[in-house]
Design a protein. Sequence first.
Length: 259
Amino acid sequence: MSATTVRRGWTDWEYGVVFESDHMTAREIGEVIGRSEGAVWDMRRKLRNGWEPTRKATEEWTREEDAALIANPYLSAPKVAKLLSRSRDAVVHRRKTLRAQGISLPRSGNSSPFRPGARPMLAQTCPDCGLLLQAKWFMVVSGAWRKRCTRCHTAHFAGSRRPRNVSDQAKRSKESAQKYQALTLPGAVNNGNEYTEQDMDVLRDPDLTLFQKALMLKRSYLGVAGAAHRYGFPSAVGLGDPERDQWMIDNPNAKEYAA
């Protein structure tokens, strides 16, 4: 009957011997700590490459570790795990335990897409187009702000997406138009009336969507869409043009650096 080999965990003392004994061979270290030459060689390589041992989930949490969890409520579990040398599951479980003890810790997810965590963002610079844009131009993905603005992100991944089915796209456009028509028709009291100069100003505004124009003009969506097509007035699609939406930083000390 062959004996079953049981792996034993590495202790802090063993890690220290392997890390600090560069003058010894793997075989010599193995004899000291009771490990095989291959096990020592593999652990030495991992430690030299920056790997850090993860503490067992069964180990008790210290006050310092709990304080770190409470002080970083919006930091993701993997990042906290790396900070404390714990596993991700251990961090998630500990947070649940602290909540059960009455400690207020916000859960994952954001109530507002413009306020991830406790750090609301007003604007940031897109690395692709270089524009400083307000927060509405950036999406929140997995609790973090996306680096690229919406337009650059769409352009970056446009080639990797599968082409849309033309018939499906036409069907979605028709359904969308019918939905907007139903929403604007009850308040379309100006349908059939001539467009005034003020109406034309609204109609030619490229930063407004057709739906917004219909609501402002108190006309139906399809009526406004037809008028915009006849007069050649484009309407905003999505967020519009970021060139008109970029922020500028006004530095009162700029003249001192100009020289």
